[in-house]
Design a protein around this ligand. Sequence first.
Ligand SMILES: [Zn+2]
Length: 322
Amino acid sequence: MIRRMRRLAFVFAAFVVAGALASSAAAQVHEVVPGIWLLRGTFTPGHQPDGNTIVFDGTDGLIVVDTGRHVAHTQAILDFAKQRNRPIAAVVNSHWHLDHIGGNAMIRDAYPNVHVYASNALNGALTGFLANYKKQLQGVIPETQDADQRTAYESEVHLIDLGTKLAPDVVITSSGPRTIAGRTLRVGLETNSVTAGDVWLFDESRSVLVSGDLITLPAPFLDTACPSRWGESLDRLAALDFDLVIPGHGAPMTRKQFTAYQSAYHALVSCAASTNEKQRCIDDWTAAIRPLSDADEKFTRSLMGYYVDVLRSDAAKARCAG
Ligand SMILES: [Zn+2]
C-alpha cells in the first residue's frame, strides 16, 4: 500500500510538471488528413492527462475514438460535432484507462443513440485496478490541503463511480473488418498487452492507423501492461500497410518514426531485463525518441526512471503470467 501511495503521488507530481511545460498546447481539433481529425490530449497543471481523440467522418455521423478524461477535453469533442453539424454516431475506446473513456458518459448524455465500441476489459478493471486506485484516492483526499489537487482527486473518484456508464454496448471480441457508423474500418484487438484489451483501428483507404496507447510519448505507460506482449503488438502493427499512425499520446508519426519507436521500445525492454544501470536505459530511451517527442526531456527522464523500475518489478512479470 505504501508503495502504491508513493506511486500515486509520483504520477500526479509528474503531470504537474508536464502541465507547467505543456499548457501552451491548447486543446484544438485539427484535420490530420482529409476526413480524419485529431484533438491532442493535453496536460494542465495539477491534472492527469487526456488521451488523444481522433474523429472520423462516418456516413451515419461522426466516429469518435477515445473521449478524454476531463470535461474540457470532452466538451471540445462535442463542440466540434456541433460545429460540423453532425451527430456523434459511434465512440470507439482504444482501452479502459480513464484518459480514454472518461468522456463516454457526457457523449452518451448528448447523443443517447450513440454506440460505444470497446473490449470488455473495463469489467475486470472496475473490480481490480480502478477499485484499488479509488481506495488510494479516498485515502489521500482527506489529507490533501490544496483545493485544486483535492478536486482533481475527487474527479477521479467520480469517473470511477460512473462505472458501467463508461462501458461499451458493442463489445469487441475479435479482430477484423467492421462497419461502424456506416464506414468500414479494420479493427484489431490485442489482449494482455498495454491493458487486458487494446483496440486499434486501421483506415485502409487513407493508410492511417489509430493505435491507442500501443504507442505513447514521451514514455510507454507500462502501469497495467505485460511488457513483452506489448512488444509483440508493436510488431503486429508494423505489418500493417500504414503511412501515418496516430498514437494514444503524442503527435502523429510517419512509418519511419513508428519504426524508430518500435526499436526504442524493444531496446528499452532488453535494457531493463539486463544488468545495465537504470541510467543507461533512461539515456538510451531519451536519445532514441528525441526526434519523435515534443515533451520536455527532463520530464521524459523522470517518467522513464519510474518505468524502468516498473519493468523490473515482479508486478510487471505477473501481468504476463495471466
Ligand atoms: Zn492514455
